[in-house]
Write a protein that binds this ligand. Sequence first.
Ligand code: ATP
Ligand code: LTN
Length: 334
Amino acid sequence: MEQAEGKKVIYSAIQPSGNLTIGNYVGAVRNWLTLQREYECYFAIADMHAITVKLVPAELRRHTLELAALYLACGIDPAQCALYVQSHVPAHAELCWVLNTVTYVGEASRMTQFKDKSRRHSDNVNMGLMDYPVLMAADILLYGANYVPVGADQKQHVELARDLAERFNSRYGETFTVPEPLIPKGGARIASLQDPERKMSKSDTNPGASVFLSDDRDTILRKFRRAVTDSDNRIVFSEDKPGISNLLSIYCAFKGCTMSEAEASFAGMGYGEFKLAVGETVADVLAPVQARQRELLAEKKELAALLEAGRERAFYTSRKTLSKVYRKVGFYQG
Ligand code: ATP
Ligand code: LTN
């Protein structure tokens, strides 16, 4: 990684909890590409967050490598950023413990994602699920991140990280940089193709709801063909047409056009033809990314070496912050 004196810091991560969706792609990874040139960037694979819900261990391992390959296939450049696996850097869990002591149970239990996941995984409402945003705050604060690029669903968590940073600073003296979320203008919230009121999610159990970056062309076209719409046959962006509006947003995000350009190009077209055009646009953009990911996954040793280089870089920065925190809270350090 290049020396990055004086550059502002960016931190983001994705959980290896399944195959990435086009929501993760346009809401997260794709926006990181333009940032990596200007900022000192840390991009992690949040495997410690992922185990807050039940996963098959072998699949977690596979998804971790696949996610690393996908970051690279999308254009994340390991020469410019630290790309690493969260569990390889122990300071995350260590800072999380300290931050737990400045987090109120009330504020953690009010987080939308905690309430949502507690409902969806009612047989496994574990402490980790509630601690999830505190671990996320530890991720961000360890690297002195100024900005955290995430989809709209994670804004509340970044706000908690801000609150914890400010609370710690006022209790123990200036220690942490207070981070700000960076939410993309287009594609910040891609909805499910089957229930456009809900966000598209990689762990959705309805197979038609999410389009995965690993889907082949036929699967992508089939999912778009079956996407939920409405019965009035007008292709316009409007609050009372969530299905059509979602498809239009996806089209704009993949085509790189504005909403009015998209509406103009589909004026008078039937829903069937429209859905095919959206599916084809998505499939065309994903094809080269998928091919590159396959090549990278065939070179496991090189992938492991890249992750090791990222770990070293993250280890060094995170240790410096953690020592400072330990000193501030009064841990005896000899
Ligand atoms: P899970 O289903 O396992 O909770 P997820 O699909 O919600 O996962 P995360 O790992 O939680 O994905 O999120 C990774 C990044 O992708 C975050 O920045 C998040 O804001 C963004 N993201 C997730 N889903 C969407 C979506 N539907 N639209 C836009 N951005 C999204
Ligand atoms: N919870 C995040 C993933 C994540 C993250 C982070 C994002 C873990 N740690 C730190 C930004 C900064 C999510 O996107 N679901």
